[in-house]
Structures are given as C-alpha cells and as structure tokens.
Design a binder for this molecule. Structure first.
Ligand code: SF4
Length: 383
C-alpha cells in the first residue's frame, strides 16, 4: 500500500469539506488516479441475472426484494437464466452478474419448496449450478453477488465464477437497531460482512465490495468502513474494486422519505475513498444512479461498473442505464478514455495461481488482451 494513503484520523476530519477545500481534495484524488490508472476509465459489459428476488433480510432501502406472498416473487428457471445469458452474449457482453437475495430458504418455506422443485437444497447450491450452466453453454464469465458466504460456499463457487462481490455497505452496528435500515437483517450485521470479506481474501477471490452512502451512517462510520476494506486488502490483496453507491429514494420502500446524499457528500466521499484506499483498488461510482458523471470523474473515480446493453438494472429498475456511447462521450469530455474490462481486473490476471481457479484460467486469459483489459472492446451501445 502507498505510504501516502490518507489515514483514518485525518479522513475523519474531512466530513464537512466544501468549496475550495473540496476542489483541492478532489484534485488530490485525481492525481492518485492519474498516477495509478492513467487516463483510462473502465466499464464491464454485462448482463444481469436476478436469480431470486426473495431474501431473508428486510433492508428498508431495498426495492428489489419480494416476499413469497407477492406474485412477482420467484426463482429464475435454468431456461430463463440461459435465455438471458444468450441475449447478453449476442450483445457483446463478457460478464454475467448473478444478483440475488440472501438465503430466502431459511426464512420462507415457499422459497425452500421452490428450490426443492428445482432440485436444490440451498440458493447457493442452485447458484453454483447456474454458474456452471452459463460456463458450459455460453462464452460469459460469471460474477456472483450472493452476499455473505461461508468458507465452504466460497470454495464451492470459486471454480465457477471469475470474481465475487458483496457490498460491505457500512460497519455501523447502530444501523442494526430497531427502526434502523438493517434491523432484523442477519446478513447485515457488520461482523458477518467483514467475515465474508476476510474469507474471500483468505481464499484468493478477486472481490468487489463497497459502501452504501446516505442510509443514516455518520461520516466517521463511513471512514471506518473504508478503513476496514483497506485493512482486509492489505492482508490479502484481493479487493479489486470499491463501489461508492448513493442511496436513492424509491416509492414503496421503508425509507421512501429518507433524504438522499447531496452531490457534495458524494464527491467528498469519492475523493476520500480514493485517498484512503490503496491506489490499485479500482474506485467505482455506478452511472445508473446519478446524472452527475462529469462531477464524479472530477472526484477521482476510474470505473463505471457494469453496464448492460440488454437488460434493465434489476436492483434499480427505475433508473435506465445510460447508453454506452453516451458514457464514452462523457468520459472523453473529461479528457479520459473509456475502455472495456473483464469482471476480473488486469492485476489479478498476473497472479492466476492465487486468484483464478485452474478450470477458468485459459478461458479468462483468452478473453484478455496483453494489458489485461477485454480483448474485444465494445465501446458503443450497438458495437
Ligand atoms: S440483503 Fe440485499 S436483497 Fe436482501 S433485502 Fe437487503 S438489499 Fe435487499
């Protein structure tokens, strides 16, 4: 890790930075980006597969989750998974992102019954089978976003996924109290999420994590969350990217009236994240959650995350993904260049023994050009 990364005590004092001081902070963050990432801003062309929208947790900001009494609650069938995957493949996607609720079968008999009908005892076993199906039948690389995982589950999923992810969101235990967004959410206890982050490192998984901004956490808790991610990465070198995602109001959620984070709050968080995290950790701000592309680029981020040319983002269906060529234009206007990456970042391709399952190594390397980015670059909505 760079000796110059911003330390937690200094970062804790930056929560009200604004005006000229904020601009200076953002300029420092951009200097770190330039030194490590050059003028390249990346994205991953991916197709989304929401394997199940049932979940045993009840985060009050979530609009994805459905309880079994909702007619829209479901598990996708293998046929549906494959049909969506093929649509993505035809549109030039390289990644298939499995997003899903956490362990619904432990809370809802209906979910357990639906899984049994599919022939599986747990959601994560079904997930493994669907990753294997995608690998067998398409050219896509699965990335799994399955939330908290045990050692055995990580071992089960690593041979069938090129990378994994779980938003840490926050290390605040305060937010698990009654009336708070993570109350009665067993998978949102910070210790459980930190354990998964640690296990992924111990088991050599290229890992995506991040913070959810504006759900009631304090600035100090936000800085502590960044420090926890950085510490795990310092131990294991496995954090490939950190997402800084802003809470958004949506009708019907428990937090429908909760204020969204301001632009300045996002900019100072992005800049501080860039300065606190090891420079080799990619800093991502999802473009579907904001129209503030130019400003985010000025705060030091270097990745737009997953962009789908074919499906809506099932986590935030109200926010259409911008067309990829529009994003390329916005990036170029900032003096930067959009490039397509794979779900596994270039640095991790250099250490296949640690970060790739042997069964996937040849496939991943074949999809990468010498610098580790996608060999076939799709830089427009229709290319
Ligand atoms: S764990 Fe994820 S899917 Fe489940 S309720 Fe929370 S945000 Fe929604």
């Amino acid at each position: 890790m760079s000796a110059e990364t911003l330390k937690i005590d200094k970062a804790s004092g930056l929560g009200a930075t604004s005006g000229t001081a904020l601009k200076a902070l953002m300029a420092r963050a951009c200097a770190v980006r330039l030194a490590h990432w050059g003028h390249t801003v990346t994205y991953s062309r991916k197709v989304f597969v929401p394997l199940t929208n049932m979940c045993r947790d009840t985060c009050t900001y979530c609009s994805f989750v459905k309880t079994p009494d909702d007619p829209a609650a479901n598990y996708m069938t293998p046929e549906q998974v494959l049909a969506t995957a093929r649509q993505g493949e035809a549109a030039g996607c390289k990644e298939l992102l499995f997003s899903l609720g956490e362990r619904p079968e432990l809370r809802y008999p209906e979910a357990a019954a639906a899984l049994e009908k599919l022939g599986y005892a747990t959601t994560n076993e079904y997930l493994r089978a669907m990753c294997a199906l995608v690998l067998a039948k398409t050219t896509l690389l699965p990335h799994v976003n399955a939330g908290t995982l045990t050692d055995a589950e990580i071992d089960m999923l690593k041979p069938v996924s090129a990378s994994m992810g779980m938003m840490l969101e926050t290390v605040s235990r305060r937010l698990t109290r009654k009336g708070m967004p993570h109350h009665a959410c067993p998978d949102k206890t910070p210790v459980q999420r930190l354990r998964t982050l640690e296990r992924a490192g111990q088991r050599g998984v290229p890992f995506t994590t991040g913070l959810l901004i504006g759900i009631g956490e304090t600035w100090a808790e936000r800085v502590e969350s960044l420090a926890a991610i950085n510490a795990a990465h310092a131990r294991h070198g496995h954090v490939q990217e950190v997402i800084i995602q802003n809470f958004q109001q949506k009708p019907g959620i428990g937090m429908a009236d909760h204020p969204e984070p301001s632009l300045n709050d996002m900019l100072r968080t992005l800049a501080v994240a860039r300065l606190m995290l090891a420079p080799e950790i990619s800093l991502q701000a999802p473009p579907n959650l904001s129209v503030r592309h130019a400003e985010y680029l000025k705060a030091g981020m270097n990745d737009w995350g997953g962009i789908s040319p074919v499906t809506v983002d099932f986590i935030n269906p109200d926010h259409a993904w911008p067309q990829i060529d529009e994003l390329a234009r916005a990036t170029a206007n900032a003096g930067l260049q959009l490039q397509e990456r794979l779900t596994i970042y270039p640095d991790f391709l250099k250490r296949p023994d640690r970060f790739m399952d042997p069964s996937l190594t040849a496939r991943i390397k074949d999809m990468a050009r010498p610098d580790g980015l996608a060999r076939v670059q799709c830089l427009g909505a229709s290319t």
